[in-house]
Design a protein around this ligand. Structure first.
Ligand SMILES: *[C@@H]1O[C@H](CO)[C@@H](O)[C@H](O)[C@H]1NC(C)=O
Length: 374
């Protein structure tokens, strides 16, 4: 009896630990120390207005028809929202205009398969000619013709390094495209590895279609993600998910080509960013920060341990309180719309009195009625 119990104990407890220890020693996986200034020790930014229960004033749109709608682009002329899905399609749906906005908007939503990239479309933005520019995680930077029929590759490498996770995009009025590659080392399916390693493999780039030129604007970024231009097109902001910050990169004027902090120590992990035309950047927060997450950032050995455990057992993921944050042009957090049960929130845009929220893995988008929130 005792013997078989001992054997069981060895099998159930000791064996995985032994495997894990072995892995730990053998693994080439070598997490990096993060610079001191991104290991925020003070409490995160607190937006002046906070709504922590937004789903009570919201509904699901296109449920079941939108697998992983990651980012949102809005065409105000036609009233269509475009979103890139995990089945490789960019889908579009029509949202009710202000006259119909009442209760009728709730049901009838027609979702169309609009353009097929065959990859994983993430960031979306319209160019001045109304062609849709797509940051596709697998394919690179793409351009879709106005009728959705033709998808063309613009660029997928620079300085001899292929993009592994083309992620966020915005387009200037002059047609120049600003975009990010989250990592030249890890792809979409390995983004946890990127987080655990904590090395800066991300890049902010520009692509000028008139001369077919790709340029690196900023390198060594910690998971470069959303990009949005300012209304005067004198700067853009972009975020780095792992270190919870958004930076400002000047594209015009005396400071052209330089960078500074726009807002850091965010309450959660930033993803896509959209400007609403009314003085506010909307920054999606995939999940709120946790003290365990902070500890992981601080201690590379803890990240290595988590990585190694993940090879042996299935680790629970504790993500919650995702949402969308409103930040003004001065980089001040003015509002936060969140909900405990939301996570992997990747996009948000405000259209009139409604906030639309997109997700990496849910199969719908959420429409929040801002005037019903208390
Ligand atoms: C643009 O440049 C890339 C790389 O330099 C090249 O491979 C590609 O063929 C060019 N595309 C066009 C349309 O000239």
């Amino acid at each position: 009896m005792a013997n078989s119990k001992t054997t069981m104990l060895v099998l159930v407890v000791a064996a995985p630990v032994a495997v894990a220890l072995l892995l730990y020693r053998l693994a080439e996986f070598d997490p990096a120390s993060l610079p001191e200034h991104v290991l925020y020790r003070s409490p995160p930014v607190v937006p002046s207005k906070r709504y922590g229960r937004i789903l009570e004033s919201a509904e699901r749109v296109g449920e079941g028809l939108l697998p992983g709608p990651e980012d949102l682009a809005y065409d105000s002329e036609t009233g269509h929202i475009y979103t890139g899905c995990s089945d490789g399609w960019i889908k579009r749906l029509h949202v009710a205009d202000s006259a119909e906005e009442k209760e009728t908007a709730k049901t009838q939503v027609e979702v169309e398969n609009w353009a097929f990239t065959g990859g994983r479309p993430l960031g979306l933005a319209f160019g001045p000619d109304k062609q849709l520019i797509v940051a596709d995680a697998y394919k690179g930077l793409l351009r879709v013709s106005r009728d959705g029929a033709a998808v063309e590759l613009l660029t997928d490498e620079v300085e001899g390094l292929k993009f592994k996770l083309t992620d966020g995009v915005d387009v200037g009025r002059d047609g120049v495209i600003y975009f990010t590659d989250a990592s030249y080392k890890y792809g979409m399916e390995e983004h946890n590895e990127e987080v655990l390693e904590g090395s800066p493999y991300g890049r902010l780039m520009s692509y000028d279609p008139s001369i077919n030129e790709t340029r690196v604007l900023v390198r060594h970024l910690y998971f470069a993600n959303g990009v949005a231009l300012s209304p005067d097109q004198d700067f853009l902001i972009f975020c780095e998910t792992i270190v919870r910050r958004c930076s400002k990169y000047h594209i015009q004027g005396e400071k052209r080509g330089t960078m500074e902090t726009f807002i850091d120590n965010l309450p959660g992990f930033p993803d896509n960013i959209r400007y609403d035309g009314e003085g506010c950047f909307w920054i999606a927060l995939t999940s709120e920060k946790t003290s365990f997450g902070d500890a992981m950032m601080r201690y590379p050995k803890l990240r290595k341990t988590v990585w190694m455990l993940g090879k042996v057992v299935r680790l629970p993921r504790r993500l919650s309180n995702g949402g969308v944050m409103g930040v003004n042009l001065e980089g001040e957090a003015i509002s936060l719309y969140s909900e405990p049960g939301l996570f992997l929130v990747t996009g948000g845009i405000k259209i009139r009195n409604q906030l639309y929220i997109a997700y990496l893995t849910n199969n719908y988008i959420t429409r929040v009625h801002l005037n019903k929130l208390v």
